[in-house]
Design a protein around this ligand. Structure first.
Ligand code: ZN
Length: 165
């Protein structure tokens, strides 16, 4: 296997990434003033948009409800609708800012399906480019990210509508 330079993986491997007290990185409703650090791009009414710190590709976003639930059937109609609306916003922002040629959009339900966090629902939006799998497996442990996370955050965040908070 080839060695890939992936410095963001070190924080993950060393376990130094911050974890809230209940251990869930998606329970952020009451956390103020840390949106940039947490890579939260947009806060909606019931749902928010965050960048994946360990992305499959550059610009890998996630949409999650504020409410801690693992069960799709427990989403309210209002939450489900806002997830869909923000999904459309994410697609437009990514198209305008980083011009992907396609998207993978979906949820990993359960550890066996690849979910890193199994008890708080989140929808993945993974931008795709021709050739991005030629040198890396999309759903494997080693990924190549050509643009630093913070630079990507700065590039994307201004394209979103102003957050509710
Ligand atoms: Zn949670």
């Amino acid at each position: 296997m080839k060695q890939l330079w992936a410095p963001w993986r070190m924080a993950y491997i060393q376990g130094v990434s911050e974890k809230p007290e209940n251990g869930c990185i998606f329970c952020v409703r009451d956390i103020c003033g840390e949106d940039r650090e947490r890579l939260i791009l947009y806060r909606g009414e019931h749902v928010f948009i965050v960048m994946n710190k360990y992305p499959y590709t550059n610009g890998h976003l996630m949409i999650a409800p504020y409410r801690h639930t693992a069960d799709l059937a427990e989403l309210t109609d209002v939450e489900a609708l806002e997830i869909h609306r923000l999904l459309v916003v994410c697609r437009e922002v990514l198209k305008s800012r980083i011009a992907p040629q396609g998207f993978n959009i979906g949820m990993n339900l359960g550890q066996i399906a690849g979910a890193g966090i199994t008890d708080h629902l989140h929808l993945h939006i993974v931008p795709r480019w021709s050739g991005d799998t030629n040198f890396m497996p999309v759903f494997a442990d080693v990924r190549v990210i050509p643009q630093h996370l913070e630079a990507t955050y700065a590039h994307l965040v201004t394209a979103f509508p102003e957050s509710i908070r």
